[in-house]
Design a protein around this ligand. Structure first.
Ligand code: ATP
Length: 343
């Protein structure tokens, strides 16, 4: 649904150049929720604004719903943009208009006749659970309700794609959860494709099917969330299941185990301890629901150096776990985090 190739955007101001987006490739499939995660200044907003050409890229391709947007101009581009809704961190509502008036605004711009407009506004307010607040003004409603208005307004033109620019960053955790639930619901009910940017790991955990981590204008990691979590050395996995730097005691093996789905349901720690008659020390970990699957990360300590634990590590891999050994370890490609990794 969204296909971005080799996208680059450089800002030039007062003789200075800032490369905000530096060669990003991105594919968002139809009906998918895709999250771009990154710190402030990573280039997320610029990337998002390039998807509907609010910002014109210096080079690259932006194809949305089969249309090459950079090849369009004037009326054609405006029509293509109607198929792309956008919501913002600070809602951007018109304070002089009621909730219904705000939602009606884009319909007026599109030239939708009055009667049809009223019907559509009622439908949209119902969709976001705000039918009872149609006549309220933005100053009279909560932040979460304001974002619901923003969402209804963004959906006015029946877009296939919704871009979300830190839509929950200004909201408290409970309201964030309810807005994310609404977005997930709209994604499922309307088949809406959502591309969101966020600096909150929790947003990715709650609603994203796929995600990318962006740093200094580039994607450093990208793919389906479940796959990323199981990828050895994954930054997303480390972010979602933070574990401190390991303290490896001499004569022991410290292992991080990542598991999901079926393997999460098996008692692999007790099976390991029983099979090899060893004590397994649990040092930390967490289990989360990601989509419909349980995913977890556990750090355990086994007696003996890693070389002596080859069979034990193979046992864990055979159980379907991603195994990352800290410190000196038997064969397996090294990652940049200093971990020795084997799947
Ligand atoms: N209009 C602009 N003119 C010049 N530089 C800009 C402009 N907009 C953004 N930048 C710069 O481009 C880089 C990326 O900014 P961008 O806002 O895309 O990042 P971000 O990841 O969305 O961060 P934030 O969450 O803080 O907005 C930053 O260095 C920023 O200062």
């Amino acid at each position: 649904m969204i296909q971005i190739e080799e996208l680059r955007k450089v800002y030039r101001a007062r003789g200075r150049e800032v490369t905000a987006v530096d060669g990003v490739d991105l594919t968002v499939r139809e009906g998918e929720v895709f999250g771009v995660l990154g710190r402030s200044g990573a280039g997320k907003s610029t990337l998002l604004r390039c998807v509907n050409l609010l910002e014109r890229p210096d080079s690259g391709r932006v194809v949305v719903a089969g249309q090459d947007l950079m090849a369009l101009r004037g009326g054609e581009l405006r029509r293509a943009r109607q198929g792309i809704g956008m919501i913002h961190q600070h809602f951007g509502l018109l304070s002089s208009r009621t909730v219904a008036g705000n939602v009606a605004f884009p319909l007026e711009v599109m030239g939708v006749p009055r009667a049809e407009r009223a019907e559509r506004v009622a439908e949209l307010l119902d969709l976001v659970g705000l039918s009872d607040h149609a006549d309220a003004y933005p100053a009279q409603i909560s932040g979460g309700q304001k974002q619901r208005v923003g969402i209804a307004r963004a959906l006015a033109g029946r877009p296939k794609v919704l871009l979300s620019d830190e839509a929950t960053s200004a909201l408290d955790p409970e309201t964030t959860a309810s807005i994310l639930e609404l977005l997930r619901d709209l994604n499922r009910r309307l088949g809406l494709t959502i591309l969101l940017i966020t600096h909150e790991m929790d947003v990715v955990k709650r609603i994203c099917d796929s995600a990318a981590i962006m740093r200094e204008g580039r994607f450093v990691e990208s793919g389906p969330v479940r796959e990323l979590l199981l990828r050895p050395g994954s930054e997303l996995a480390r972010g979602l299941f933070p574990l401190p730097e390991p303290a490896v005691r001499p004569g022991t093996t410290v292992v991080d185990l990542t598991f999901e789905g079926d393997s999460a349901d098996r008692p692999f720690v007790s099976s390991l301890a029983r099979t090899y008659s060893i004590d397994v020390n649990i040092l930390g970990g967490a289990v989360e629901e990601i989509g419909d699957t349980r995913v977890g990360r556990l750090r355990v300590e086994l007696p003996g150096d890693p070389e002596l634990n080859a069979a034990q590590l193979a046992h864990l891999r055979d159980a379907g776990l991603t195994v990352e050994v800290h410190g000196a370890a038997p064969a397996g490609p090294a990652t940049d985090s200093g971990l020795e990794v084997a799947r």
